[in-house]
Design a protein around this ligand. Structure first.
Ligand code: ZN
Length: 117
């Protein structure tokens, strides 16, 4: 049987389709805790996903999503809990931008911990 998911898609093994809420292939990579602000009732978090526009046959709707190139790259999702419920915000960036950001994060962390200037 054909499998229309990206080779690394979390749905590839089950062959489940992607519904309209998340109409693209994705793989959850890693999550980190974020520093809580005064508005946070629980520790906020950020999750990182690899994402890719999905073949129509990998979608529950069976129809290619409009402007689906917006799903090609990396997605970061922040989750905050304000006491009544979780809210999330998504940030999407190209893989090149993600590498650049990762390098900047490492450099900033090295500077902050005195490992380099
Ligand atoms: Zn998929």
């Amino acid at each position: 049987m054909s499998n229309f998911h990206a080779i690394w898609c979390d749905h590839r093994e089950s062959s489940e389709t992607h519904d309209d809420i998340l109409p693209y292939c994705y793989k959850q990579i890693h999550g980190v805790k974020l520093a809580a602000t005064d508005a946070d009732k629980f520790p906020p978090g950020m999750w990182v996903y690899a994402i890719s526009a999905a073949h129509p046959d990998a979608l529950t709707s069976g129809v290619k999503t409009e402007n689906d190139q917006q799903f090609d790259g990396i997605e970061m999702v922040t989750e905050h809990h304000d006491g009544t419920g979780w809210s999330e915000r998504k940030f999407r960036l190209t893989s090149d931008a993600a590498r650049s950001l990762a390098a900047a994060l490492i450099r900033a962390a090295d500077i902050q911990q005195g490992l380099t200037r």
